[in-house]
Design a protein around this ligand. Structure first.
Ligand SMILES: Nc1nc2c(c(CN[C@H]3C=C[C@H](O)[C@@H]3O)cn2[C@@H]2O[C@H](COP(=O)(O)O)[C@@H](O)[C@H]2O)c(=O)[nH]1
Length: 340
């Protein structure tokens, strides 16, 4: 039906973009930064668990269903005033953004609320969702009503089509990441991250791709999670990766766009400039991966395990978290939507 894949979409956007461009020198510098990490533990699937205490330790059905409900809600955590947003205290730590979601879900499970069970969230009420996702500050997690609607919708479909467990959906994909991604977007409407650009229908599928990636990670790339085509998954076009790619000099914004973002102006989902930011970021990470693989080849550095766009994305996202202060001067684009 003429819908471009995320990679094709990104290439098309990058070739026709006006306010955002990929910087070749910056791409190379980021590849060199990653080369150092490539031989270490950071650029490996095991980091998904090793580095993040809120992610499940296990690699079982419960862990897969934890990933599914988390990635179903994995969108739009940014707050109007960046330094004052939703925060969740859990296990002695205080978490914000994506981690606030993980902390809230783990807190619910500790309170005996079966939030990872489709039977529960298919009919969970708005008040119950407000309680589960409650913030320790006076700023709630954004789009609570949308999150409630999506939980009910997604839970009902998981019960009807997949016996209430995302593991059944994974098994239907016959160990193909692409099949799983398409099964998810066909089955669950809230994952359909598709839009238009210059007359073409394009897809970024950010939440569907991170869901496949996190399923691969939580299953440690083994058994049901041994996707033979996992390297076909691209980076996830969210609002943090563009920010870190600009900070590292691999992506450049026009003066007009930068001025707009510095003023905190919102962009709507599907706006030309919003699509250019997401598409060029995705394409930028593809080029960084190609450059890194070239450097590894040239320097004869053995990287155990495959380097793919998922691992580069995870690394760059974590890098953005660790360099929040240094990145303060670089704006992230503000789009309020359920897709990323
Ligand atoms: N591209 C990309 N986007 C990601 C993630 C993650 C969480 N992944 C963790 C799991 C394994 C990895 O090691 C990561 O540590 C969340 N997001 C998106 O970011 C935004 C939240 O940002 P902030 O407001 O700062 O929390 C929001 O759109 C959310 O959907 C990622 O990995 N890549």
């Amino acid at each position: 039906d003429g819908l471009l894949t995320p990679r094709e979409s990104a290439r098309f956007v990058a070739e026709n973009s006006r306010d955002v461009r990929v910087d070749g020198g910056g791409v190379r510098r980021v590849a060199e930064l990653l080369l150092a990490a490539a031989s270490g533990a950071a650029l490996r699937a095991a980091a998904w668990k090793a580095r993040h205490e809120l992610h499940p330790r296990a690699a079982d059905e419960a862990a897969v269903n934890w990933v599914f409900v988390t990635d179903t809600l994995n969108f739009s955590f940014w707050s109007e005033r960046d330094e004052h947003g939703c925060a969740v205290g859990y296990g002695g730590g205080t978490y914000t953004g994506y981690w606030a979601l993980c902390a809230a879900l783990n807190r619910a499970l500790d309170e005996g609320i079966p939030i990872t069970s489709a039977r529960y969230y298919a009919t969970v009420t708005l008040d119950q969702v407000r309680h589960i996702l409650r913030s320790d500050t006076d700023v709630s997690m954004p789009l609570i009503e949308e999150r409630h609607r999506i939980l009910n919708e997604t839970g009902k479909i998981l019960l009807e089509k997949f016996g209430g467990s995302f593991l059944n959906c994974v098994r239907k994909s016959e160990k193909s990441a692409q099949k799983l991604m398409h099964l998810v977007v066909e089955s669950f409407p809230s994952y359909r991250d598709v839009t238009q650009f210059e007359g073409k229908r394009i897809s970024f599928y950010k939440r569907a791709q991170i869901l496949v990636a996190d399923t691969w990670s939580v299953l440690e790339g083994k058994g049901d999670g041994c996707f033979k085509d996992i390297s076909s998954i691209t980076m996830f076009a969210d609002y943090r990766l563009p920010q870190v790619l600009v900070y590292l000099g691999a992506l450049k914004y026009s003066d007009e766009l930068l001025k707009k973002l510095l003023k905190g102006e919102m962009l709507s989902y599907g706006d030309k400039q919003e699509v250019e930011i997401r598409g060029c970021s995705l394409w930028c990470v593809e080029l960084i991966r190609d450059c890194l693989l070239e450097l590894i080849e040239k320097k004869g550095k053995k990287s155990d395990g495959e380097i793919n766009s998922i691992l580069l994305d995870y690394y760059l996202w974590d890098y953005a978290r660790d360099h929040r202060e240094e990145m303060k001067g670089i704006p992230f684009h503000r789009t309020r939507c359920i897709y990323y």
